[in-house]
Design a protein around this ligand. Structure first.
Ligand code: DP6
Length: 332
């Protein structure tokens, strides 16, 4: 038997990935920039075992459904092809945060799975190769392989499926101190997954072209603002990226927002306007608002979010580590 255990964290994108190139291999059409978040994690164990007749995938204590299992097996198949490993595997994974908490469990899940599978198969790949592998399953997972502030470039149109497209670390955990407060709007799982939501946006939104045009510009400005440690500009641009992404999706009928989302957005604007707090909103493929703020403002911003109508609870996270191997005591 050969096994490895890895831990990875979710991330929140400041400039959003929304849209794929038509080429195969899950290639983003726009660049994105994220913060890997400490405090919430996925731990995944992969064990190749000659006595197994088939791959087994257990997530959160239960056998995964067919769709989730197929995504995991596709990653295992890539690792088997690259390494010559022929045995089937048992994959056991658990999150220490609720799957519907609004923090993408696919990002931490596939980052941990990619690292554990690569090592269990005896491949000596660096973090870039692991990130490229994770990207093929879920592009946001490519970013969770690295710590702190991380960029995933857009793919080159026409590039072959074999070309590598990993994320890369831009700045460490301490580069610009901030806190991410997740205002959890519901405990239900999202109705439309991100892959489907972005596909429908590109196919049907009258604003798809505008989004694809604007996203790289926002991203480039965000990179510069981050390099200059300009918290306010980073926050403003992050909010613009999320709003532009959702505007394009909404025009295709893909509406992730609920009343709680709009109430929370109003609270964030009020915190800025009336109370002088540096607080900026980001929203992914769900109703939860993720609020970026400075550590010194976090307690005040948190209290206001907790009082916002429809917010069930607030989860606090900070920039954190990339995916890493852990010992057997952490095994799920
Ligand atoms: C809104 O990485 O979940 O969170 O590559 O199809 O698995 P797939 O999509 P996924 O999309 C994340 C979309 C987002 C924005 C972001 O994280 O950049």
């Amino acid at each position: 038997m050969s096994e490895a255990i890895a831990r990875a964290h979710p991330n929140v994108a400041l400039s959003k990935y929304w849209g794929k190139l038509p080429s195969p291999g899950n290639v983003p059409a726009v660049p994105s920039l994220s913060i890997t978040l400490e405090g919430l994690s996925t731990v995944t164990r992969v064990r190749f075992d000659a006595s197994r007749a088939d791959d087994r995938v257990v997530i959160g204590g239960r056998d995964a459904d067919a769709a989730a299992r197929a995504r995991v097996v596709a990653l295992l198949d890539r690792v088997r092809l690259a390494s010559g490993e022929s045995r089937r595997a048992e994959v056991v994974s658990r999150n220490d945060f609720p799957t519907a908490s609004g923090l993408a469990s696919s990002a931490s899940g596939f980052a941990a799975l990619a690292l554990a599978a690569v090592r269990a198969a005896g491949l000596d790949w660096d973090a870039s190769r692991v990130s490229d592998l994770a990207r093929r399953s879920s592009a946001s997972a490519a970013r969770s392989v690295f710590a702190g502030y991380v960029e995933l470039p857009a793919g080159a149109p026409g590039a072959s499926e074999a070309s590598l497209l990993p994320a890369r670390a831009l700045a460490g955990v301490d580069h610009m101190p901030l806190v991410v407060l997740v205002a959890v709007a519901t405990d239900e799982a999202k109705a439309v997954g991100s892959s489907e939501g972005m596909r429908e946006t590109l196919e049907r939104s009258p604003y798809a072209a505008a989004w694809l045009d604007e996203a790289p510009r926002l991203h480039a400005r965000l990179r510069e603002a981050l390099a200059a440690r300009d918290f306010r500009l980073v926050g403003e641009l992050a909010e613009s990226s999320a709003l532009a992404m959702h505007a394009s999706a909404i025009a295709a009928g893909i509406v992730y927002w609920t009343g709680a989302t709009i109430e929370t957005l109003a609270t964030v604007r009020k915190l800025r306007r009336d109370h002088g707090f540096g607080a900026y909103a980001s929203i992914d493929a769900g109703p939860h608002v993720k609020v970026l703020t400075r550590p010194a403002d976090a307690a005040g911003v948190r209290a206001a979010l907790e009082a916002a109508s429809g917010v069930r609870r607030v989860i606090e996270a900070r920039p954190g580590h990339g995916a890493r191997l852990v010992t057997v005591e952490d095994a799920p």
